[in-house]
Structure formats: structure tokens, C-alpha cells
Design a protein around this ligand. Structure first.
Ligand code: UDP
Ligand code: MG
Length: 314
């Protein structure tokens, strides 16, 4: 029997915690009774520097029943950091961790399937939304555009997967080797590799309280995601630079022809030619410098170069 921990980041979630804890406890007790998971399994809430009563509720839950654990961050650090804090804190106490949101938008009935796949030997199980009926059209289209853009930029992320996933202890140990500060878990977890699978589920509406992800946070999240994984935007500058430079050469030729046949005002050729040439050269140089900065950027992350799945040595 394996020990499974749930990790739930909470930011100002007093409105949902009672209901959430009740439902999760039911689920876990059911799994423990059926001997699917060990009785050392826990439901761990991470308080991400909430300003309301979230932490006192977590403390109270823990007092009433030790199936609940609590982790309190010193201040608000955002969902991704809170999640990582939770994962890294509990990983040595269990065999696998399932992360989910406090508002239970993710269907908790698929937890059984996550655990089933884990027993079948998967190290990572991704929860994937089968549809997005309950999201607003705006959220749906922007999210979809985001996934498409990430794919084009060469970032390997699982389509329609948020942070509802199971990770084995071994996968978490590998995650700990990613030293970067700008954290975008959805992009990193696929990089870990190991055997993985997906489980489909339908996403519900938040049953109480409001989204802690306003548009501003969503945009900065998307921007973080792109810039933490891809140097393609820098390469774009280089491409534009090259195009500009080549067109400036063509333009120069054209200006010279105009000048030769005497169809220009005096001084005009020199002025336009310099504008085009200098602009092109500048962008080209910026692009080249950018390439080097991109390399420094990637190096400075000090990501692990490989993660070994199996080692057979008889
Ligand atoms: N959250 C967090 N820190 C933050 C913002 C959000 O820990 O700074 C948590 C929040 O409590 C919830 C999860 O992240 O458990 C997802 O947030 P939310 O449900 O508001 O996002 P949405 O589902 O609207 O994208
Ligand atoms: Mg939510």
C-alpha cells in the first residue's frame, strides 16, 4: 500500500475550505478503508500568505483530524511557488503527491484513476480537461491560444492540463533538480520524462468565492511561461534584423539608381540610405547580442542535463 499526499495551494480560500476539506476527507477515508492507500496518507493545505482566516481554518482542521496537514508560507508568493513549496515539503513523507486547487474545480472522483495509473507504474499522471464548458468564452479562447502559442514556440506542454496531476516521489526528486527561479511547472514536468499518462475529466465551476487569477495575473503567467522556456522571441529579433539588412541593401541599390538618373533632390540619397542601412545593421547586431544573452539565460538556469529512468547493472 502506498502513501499518497494531496497538496492544495490556498490563497484567501476561507469560503471554500470547509466544503473542500469535507469532500476530500470523505474521498480519502474511502480510499483508506478500501486499502487502496495507506493510513499515513494526508491532505496537505498550503497557505500562500492569505489575508483572511485560511490559516486558522487549516490549523483547526488539523486539530480535529490528523489526516489534514498544513504548510504556511511566510507571505504570498503566487500559485506556482506555493504549489512547489507544498510538493517539496511533503515529498519525503510519501510515495506520490496529487496537486489540486482549493476550489475543487477539478473533479476529485478521478483521484482513483490517478492512483490506479500510479500503481500501474506511471510516475506522472496528468489530469486533462475533456471540455471547457464552464469557463467563459474569453477564458477558453485565451487559454487555447496560449497552448497553441507555446507549442509553436517549442515548449512541450500537455494540452488542456492545468496543475491537477500526480507525481511520484522519484519524479518530485527530479523536479527538485530544476533550479530556476521563474517557475512554470506545466512546462517543466514534461521535461522530467519518465512514464506518464493522462486522465480525462470535466472541469466544474468554482463552488464559492471568486477566481484568484484575474486577467493581470493570467497574462503575467503566460508571459512567464513563454520567456522561461523559449528564446525564440530573441531569435525573432535576429530574423527581423537580417530581413531589414537585406532590404536595406536592395533599397540602397534603388536609391543609387534614382541618384544616377538624377531624379532626386540633393542630399536625399545619403539621408535615406543611411537610415535604412543603420537601422538594419542595428537590429542585426541586437539580434546577435540577443542570441548570446539567450545562451547565458539558458545556462544560468543550470537545469539537469538528464534524468535516468532505469539503471540495470548486474
Ligand atoms: N492561489 C495561490 N496563490 C495565489 C493565487 C491563487 O495559492 O497567489 C491558489 C488558489 O487558492 C487556488 C489555486 O491557486 O487553490 C487556483 O486559483 P483559482 O481557482 O483562483 O484560479 P482559476 O481556477 O480561476 O484559474
Ligand atoms: Mg479555480
Amino acid at each position: 500500500m502506498k502513501t499518497i499526499y494531496l497538496v492544495i495551494p490556498c490563497y484567501n480560500e476561507e469560503e471554500v475550505l470547509f466544503e473542500t476539506s469535507k469532500r476530500l476527507k470523505e474521498k480519502f477515508n474511502y480510499l483508506i478503508d478500501r486499502k487502496v492507500i495507506s493510513e499515513k496518507s494526508r491532505i496537505a493545505f498550503v497557505d500562500d500568505g492569505s489575508k483572511d482566516n485560511t490559516w486558522s481554518i487549516i490549523e483547526k482542521l488539523n486539530k480535529e483530524d490528523n489526516i489534514f496537514s498544513g504548510i504556511k508560507l511566510s507571505r504570498n508568493r503566487g500559485h506556482q511557488n506555493a504549489l512547489l513549496a507544498g510538493l517539496m515539503t511533503v515529498k519525503d513523507h510519501c510515495d506520490a503527491v496529487i496537486s489540486l486547487d482549493a476550489d475543487l474545480q477539478d473533479d476529485i472522483n478521478v483521484i482513483d484513476k490517478f492512483i490506479e495509473k500510479f500503481y500501474e507504474g506511471c510516475d506522472v499522471v496528468y489530469g486533462v480537461r475533456s471540455e471547457r464548458k464552464t469557463d467563459t468564452i474569453f477564458k477558453r479562447t485565451t487559454a487555447q491560444a496560449f497552448y497553441k502559442m507555446m507549442k509553436t514556440l517549442g515548449v512541450d506542454i500537455v494540452y488542456n492540463h492545468a496543475d491537477y496531476r500526480l507525481m511520484s516521489k522519484r519524479a518530485l526528486d527530479a523536479l527538485a533538480d530544476f533550479k530556476e527561479v521563474n517557475l512554470f511547472l506545466r512546462g517543466i514536468v514534461p521535461l522530467i520524462g519518465y512514464k506518464s499518462d493522462i486522465v480525462l475529466y470535466e472541469r466544474n465551476e468554482r463552488f464559492a468565492g471568486e477566481s484568484k487569477y484575474p486577467l493581470k495575473k493570467m497574462l503575467s503567467f503566460a508571459f512567464e511561461g513563454i520567456t522561461s522556456f523559449s528564446v525564440k522571441p530573441i531569435r525573432l529579433i535576429l530574423t527581423v534584423g537580417i530581413i531589414m539588412f537585406i532590404s536595406s541593401l536592395i533599397a540602397l541599390l534603388y536609391f543609387l539608381v534614382l541618384w544616377a538618373i538624377g531624379r532626386t533632390v540633393q542630399g536625399w540619397t545619403t539621408v535615406v540610405a543611411s537610415i535604412w542601412m543603420l537601422g538594419g545593421i542595428q537590429l542585426l547586431c541586437l539580434g546577435i547580442i540577443g542570441e548570446y544573452i539567450g545562451k547565458i539565460y539558458i545556462e544560468s538556469k543550470a537545469r539537469p542535463k538528464f534524468i535516468i529512468d532505469k539503471f540495470i547493472n548486474n
